[in-house]
Each structure stands twice: as structure tokens, then as C-alpha cells.
Design a protein around this ligand. Structure first.
Ligand code: GDP
Ligand code: MG
Length: 172
């Protein structure tokens, strides 16, 4: 079905301030803002990809900050094909939150949902509080791909969305 256009919904989840909005803005607009970005222009941003002749329309959903109030409900992630679960490598408490999200998304969206776990802020390696080994082992155990990124320095960001898209294409 090489001529098919695949429409995929992708959600970003994770604790507030881990860099979800920054990852999206780096990927789509190639920009970075050192302030916490509280205003959202739209509930999702679009990205068109062509992977080996397969056309993909990504709708990448960002939160409006509801995660700060633990109020990110099923309306946000329903019908998602994939999810990017983000933690901050300098914030130990942000990693257990990813584990909660893995359980929630698998329960609500089923085992086929494609999950990518992302440790962001690798430019702050000196302040690392989540070990790479722990994150890799956990990701493998739950069948998720693991990436490390810096939205600030533009490291690994494209790999996240390409890796997830390839996985979603395999499942499609
Ligand atoms: P969100 O609440 O998860 O959407 O997080 P934001 O994207 O608003 O980012 C929260 C804060 O972390 C902001 O001050 C960003 O500038 C900062 N930030 C995001 N990504 C990085 C990164 O890769 N490195 C560093 N040093 N700071 C980052
Ligand atoms: Mg945000």
C-alpha cells in the first residue's frame, strides 16, 4: 500500500517542565526558548514525512499544561497511534511518572500503541539523576524505544519522531 497516506496521532506526556513543548518546537520549527512555554497556539502541530515512499501525516499533540494539575485525561490521548513519554534526566521524580504513563497508555490504548521513552536535557549531563542503564533496561522491558535528547542543543530530537514513525508504520 505504498500510495497510502498514513495519518498518525502522537501525544507527548510526562511531568511538567521536562521539555515536551520544547521537543515539539525544536522538531517542527527548529527553535528553542529557555523559558517555560505556557501558551499553546493549537492543540496539535502537523508534520509531513515521506519515509521510503510512504507518506505520513503526523499530528503531534502537546498539553496545555494540565499535567501540572494531574489533569491530563483520556480525551487528550484517545485514538493515539503513538506516544512520546518524556522525563528530565536531571529530575529523578520525572522518571517514575513515565512508568505511570506506560501503564495508563497500555491499559487505555492497548498493547499495540507505540511508545518511545525520552530522557531530555542531556546538555545538563553533570546534573544527571536518572541513570542511562536504568532507563534503557526499563524501556526494553516494556517494549518501548529509548532515546536521549537535548531540545536545547538539537541532539537526538529528530531520531525520536523518526523512530516512532517507523514503529507506527510497522504496526500499520
Ligand atoms: P513542558 O512543561 O514539559 O512542556 O516543558 P517546556 O518545554 O516548557 O520546558 C521546560 C523548561 O525546560 C524550559 O525552561 C525549557 O527551556 C527547558 N528545557 C527544555 N528542553 C531542554 C533541554 O534540552 N535542555 C535544557 N537545558 N533545558 C531544556
Ligand atoms: Mg508544555
Amino acid at each position: 500500500m505504498a500510495n497510502n497516506v498514513h495519518d498518525f496521532k502522537v501525544v507527548l506526556v510526562g511531568e511538567g517542565c521536562v521539555g515536551k513543548t520544547s521537543l515539539i518546537l525544536r522538531y517542527i520549527e527548529n527553535t528553542f526558548n529557555s523559558n517555560h512555554i505556557t501558551t499553546v497556539q493549537a492543540s496539535f502541530l502537523k508534520k509531513k514525512l515521506n519515509i521510503d515512499g510512504q507518506r505520513v501525516n503526523l499530528a503531534i499533540w502537546d498539553t496545555a499544561g494540565q499535567e501540572q494539575f494531574h489533569a491530563l485525561g483520556p480525551l487528550y490521548y484517545r485514538n493515539s497511534n503513538g506516544a512520546v513519554l518524556v522525563y528530565d534526566i536531571t529530575d529523578a521524580s520525572s522518571f517514575p511518572k513515565v512508568k505511570v504513563w506506560v501503564k495508563e497508555l497500555r491499559k487505555m490504548l492497548g498493547n499495540d500503541v507505540c511508545l518511545v521513552i525520552v530522557g531530555n536535557k542531556t546538555d545538563l549531563e553533570k546534573e544527571r539523576h536518572v541513570s542511562l542503564e536504568e532507563a534503557e533496561q526499563y524501556s526494553e522491558a516494556v517494549g518501548a524505544i529509548h532515546f536521549q535528547t537535548s531540545a536545547k542543543l538539537d541532539e537526538g530530537v529528530e531520531d525520536v519522531f523518526l523512530g516512532l514513525t517507523n514503529k507506527m508504520l510497522e504496526q500499520a
